[in-house]
Structure formats: C-alpha cells, structure tokens
Design a protein around this ligand. Sequence first.
Ligand code: FAD
Length: 238
Amino acid sequence: MKLKFTGYQPVKGNVVSFSFKPETPLSWQPGQYMHYVLPHPDSDDRGTERWFTNSAAPSEGKVMVSTRIDDAHGSSFKRALVALRPGDEVEADGPEGDFTVEDESQQYIFVAGGIGITPFRSILTEAHAQGKQLNVDLLYANRDEDIPFKEQLESYAADNPNLIIEYFMGSNKLGAETILVVNNLSSSAQAVELDLKAYKGNILVEMFGRNVFPRIGDLPYLLTMGPYQFYWFKIRRI
Ligand SMILES: Cc1cc2nc3c(=O)[nH]c(=O)nc-3n(C[C@H](O)[C@H](O)[C@H](O)COP(=O)(O)OP(=O)(O)OC[C@H]3O[C@@H](n4cnc5c(N)ncnc54)[C@H](O)[C@@H]3O)c2cc1C
C-alpha cells in the first residue's frame, strides 16, 4: 500500500514523528506495526526496509512513525525519511503484530525503554480517546530527561487514576527499585512502628491493590497488621 507523507513533528530530544496518510482506508489495532520500504540512493548496508510501530492511535486517523534521528551517525534509511517532502509516497505493508490489549478489564504492566514507548503511546492514546480507563502500571526507562511523549502520557494519567507512570533514568534504574515487605507472623493482630526515616518524603504503594499509603514523615511509620497478614510496598520517590 502507498502512504503519503504529510509532515513531521519534533517530539523530544532527537525523537521525531513522521505522519502519513494511507491511500486507502486502513484499520489497525493500537500497538501494531508496519513494514516500510524506502528506496534511496547510496543506501548503507542496513538497506531500505524497516519495521516501525504505528505510534498513532486509530482515532487519530493517520499512520505515524516515531523514531530517533541521529544526524551524525544515523542510517541512510533515516536520512531518506528526513528528506521526505509532503506529498511524497512510501511503500508499506501491514499492519501486523499482536502486541495489543485484548482484554481491557485486565491489569497490565507496560515496560518501555526509550523509543520503545511507541506501542504504548498508541494504546494509551486510543484508550484516552475512547474514554476507557485501562489499568496500567507504565514503567518507562529513558536515557535522560528528554522523555518522548511524557506530557501527553501524563495528561492521560491525570484523567485516569488507574494509569500509573514510573520513570527510570540514570541511577534510578529498574533494578534499583526499593520494595518493603512487612509480614505479621503472629496468629493475632499486631501494630508495628517502622523506622523509615531514610525514605522521608516518599510514599508507599501497596503492590497488589496499588493503593497509596500516607507519605513517610519524621515519625515512626505505624501499620496495623491482621493475623498472618503481609504487605508488599513499593517505596516511590515523588
Ligand atoms: C516490530 C518492530 C517495531 C519497531 N518499532 C519502532 C518504532 O516505533 N520506533 C523506532 O525508532 N524503531 C522501531 N523499530 C526498530 C526500527 O526498525 C529500526 O531498527 C531502528 O529505529 C533503528 O533504525 P536504523 O537501523 O535506521 O538506525 P539509526 O536509528 O539511524 O541508528 C541506530 C544506531 O545504529 C548506528 N548505525 C546506523 N547506521 C549504521 C551503519 N550503517 N553501520 C553501523 N552503525 C550504524 C547509529 O550510529 C546508532 O547508534 C521497530 C522494529 C520492529 C521489528
């Protein structure tokens, strides 16, 4: 199928979104990708074909490729993408892929690294457009503060209390997450005071119900525990 290039929009840092209009109506599921062929002179050894997620949501009515453009060291394919002018046509096929949300009532954990956010951008944009409140914990790692689509995703989270976004950057890596497990081994209820001063200012998020517990302050952190009860908390920096 032919896609007509309609323009590009800078996203954040060196990420750019390229928009296309399909020549015939195209339907796709948020999270699916397409295969692109972009013949160009002096192609490097990576060739003229690529796969890209359609980062647009179906409700946006366009096909969108969001990708990093590295001017100095990028591939000839990306240079050909940047050289497109409105009205130019590219060849694409698809959509394909089952990286989609099948059951909207389920709880999901989305894990994205950098530009790997594109399928989630499509899924969450569509859910927002449809007024659907997906249950999602989005764990989003990026190399620096230039986080693609951050503001947009946060605007969705502002409208959906079931969408929780956590960022991981620099030393704040996924593996460095702090989990607090509190277990009452007694057959009767007990109260416990925890010394969490080292985490003052953070909040506790109960990992199964995802309820937010009070912020950690100067005082010992008081919990009441039923018989054999346990809690798993994420200690969340805010
Ligand atoms: C299903 C699927 C979905 C995808 N969705 C997306 C998406 O939404 N967005 C996205 O950005 N990517 C996506 N990709 C990956 C995409 O297809 C490209 O592989 C990726 O963007 C890298 O592009 P590029 O090879 O043109 O390299 P570039 O992005 O130009 O460069 C990447 C790195 O390779 C180096 N490099 C570039 N050219 C050469 C060369 N000739 N020799 C040696 N090193 C070189 C660069 O210095 C840079 O470090 C997807 C892939 C699949 C399979």
